[in-house]
Design a protein around this ligand. Sequence first.
Ligand SMILES: NC(=O)c1ccc[n+]([C@@H]2O[C@H](COP(=O)([O-])OP(=O)(O)OC[C@H]3O[C@@H](n4cnc5c(N)ncnc54)[C@H](OP(=O)(O)O)[C@@H]3O)[C@@H](O)[C@H]2O)c1
Length: 297
Amino acid sequence: MRLLITGINGLLGQNLVKEFSHDHGISGIDLNPGIYPESESITVAQLDLNKTADLKRHILETAPDALIHTAAYTNVDKAEDDRDLASAINAKVPEELALICSEQNIPMIHISTDYVFNGDQGPYREADNCDPRGHYAESKYAGEQAVLKLGGQVAVIRPNVMYGHGRDLKSSFVAWLIGELTQGRPVNIVDDQYSNPSYARRLSSAIRLILDKKAWDVWHFGSKEVVSRYTFALKVADSFGLPTDLISAISTGDLNQRAPRPMRSGLICEKLKQKLGFPILNIDEELQLLKEEMNAT
Ligand SMILES: NC(=O)c1ccc[n+]([C@@H]2O[C@H](COP(=O)([O-])OP(=O)(O)OC[C@H]3O[C@@H](n4cnc5c(N)ncnc54)[C@H](OP(=O)(O)O)[C@@H]3O)[C@@H](O)[C@H]2O)c1
């Protein structure tokens, strides 16, 4: 089996490589050359997904058994000013990919987000009404809807507040927090944004299960309990033996962020557990797994 992974250098991309590289051939696409040593089983093409003709040619040449689309314009605040680019990457690219995949009969996993919901009354089930707020949210919603509209062998997975281990990652809340607390620097964390964070290593295992079972549907993935970001930060500090007294609670309004955030978010993951038998763990269990993963590398 050969998988094609877009955004292979990103947080989820790297975790998918960990999940699949021992028993799959992997072709990756990313804007930058990549972080993987030359090998027969992992090859990375430096390619802008917006270049549709090049993208199509590359997919035809690679002829993957499945495509996992993780790449996105992920800077939520910058997307407010950079609307055309955010829409191109988050809405147009998934649509093009879904078209190519459906023409070539290639199963596609598309990564969406909890931002498709307005965050007024979470946590949300897969079938709940979407109401994206802000341009990142709207563009991601347009992307997942375009993919779902084409249908066929397509699964859409929505994580929220993703974290995990990886190399040279540009933005990872947990890695940043551990870094700050290790250096003894105080941090301010919002206590009014709620989510059930998604551990990227286990999300990658869930993606394997969805592919194995050909579970073409919409799936939510996160941890068992919904907590504020402040509580999550305390849990991270506890798990890694770092000082919790450096963490102060602030409110979202204090940050003056450009884009709105889903405040009462969170994703109910019962469907993944009930239909596919995938165990949903609590945050402390997943942080323990992250710690083991970090110690092992
Ligand atoms: N991180 C979260 O908290 C979170 C939460 C919910 C959902 N998600 C979704 O999960 C998915 C994966 O997120 P992530 O955190 O792993 O993202 P990430 O770390 O930002 O990785 C995305 C990768 O895609 C690349 N990329 C961006 N535009 C590209 C283009 N035009 N052509 C080729 N490659 C391009 C990026 O390159 P550059 O770095 O050079 O731009 C980056 O290496 C995304 O779809 C995101 O919307 C993320």
